[in-house]
Design a protein around this ligand. Structure first.
Ligand code: ADP
Ligand code: NI
Length: 212
């Protein structure tokens, strides 16, 4: 029964993210799903909710879709698979509050399952893949790779929708994620990826500044 629902969620998200080219393609979803299930088993969380939320988490992202339409479509999908009301609520709560949005959502996510999917999504924003996704995102949305005239913003809560640069994104979000991990496993996995990004940024500026 639940296996069938998971398969249908997989098909639903595949269609929506098929042509996605800002770092949120179906392979991102698969990585988040795998990582989330790995953490969920350690934390003894509800695996069905974790897997469904991981699969569906980017189908309602305001950067990719019109939010209102996306939630209406999700409701139709839930009707189609006859998902029980309490599962819908658990999944929607996660989808609504897991996104960073400049920090405005911090503290709003209440469930263990939500904390796990959020950690998995954030882990995929870090490390080598995190770096690659950031530049793909910046290219797609017309941001500069780097521009010394564009300053890193301290407080993003009101301006998180405005464009930045790929390099600024490391300071505005990515370097903060390590300390925002919810689970012990998430924290451990974030360490190595964080260190790798620091090395990358160091080399980037070394090359940017050239030979003195
Ligand atoms: P969240 O679900 O936490 O809001 P996003 O979907 O905003 O996460 O971000 C996912 C990834 O997309 C980021 O980790 C980054 O790689 C990329 N990204 C998001 N915003 C930007 C940006 N302004 N500049 C460059 N990359 C970005
Ligand atoms: Ni995601």
């Amino acid at each position: 029964m639940t296996n069938n629902m998971i398969k249908q969620a997989e098909d639903y998200v595949k269609v929506l993210l098929e042509k996605e080219r800002s770092g949120h393609d179906y392979y991102h979803i698969e990585r988040v799903r795998k990582l989330a299930l790995y953490i969920a088993k350690k934390e003894k969380a509800n695996l069905f909710i974790v897997e469904m939320a991981a699969l569906l988490h980017d189908t309602v992202d305001e950067k990719l879709f019109d939010e209102e339409t996306a939630y209406a479509n999700l409701e139709l999908f839930f009707n189609q698979i006859e998902l029980p009301q309490k599962d819908r609520e658990a999944i929607i709560h996660i989808l609504k509050y897991m996104s960073f949005k400049g920090g405005i959502n911090e503290g709003k996510l209440k469930s263990l399952e939500g904390h796990i999917v959020q950690d998995a999504d954030r882990l995929d924003a870090l490390g080598a893949i995190g770096i690659a996704r950031t530049f793909q995102f910046a290219g797609k949305f017309g941001e500069a790779m780097y521009d010394p005239n564009i300053k890193v913003r301290e407080d993003l809560t009101k301006t998180y929708r405005e464009p930045s640069t790929a390099i600024n994104h490391f300071y505005e979000k990515l370097f903060k994620l390590k300390d925002l991990m919810n689970t012990t496993t998430g924290k451990q996995l974030a360490e190595e990826k964080h260190a790798y990004m620091e090395q990358f940024i160091e080399m980037f500026f070394h090359e940017w500044n050239g030979i003195k």
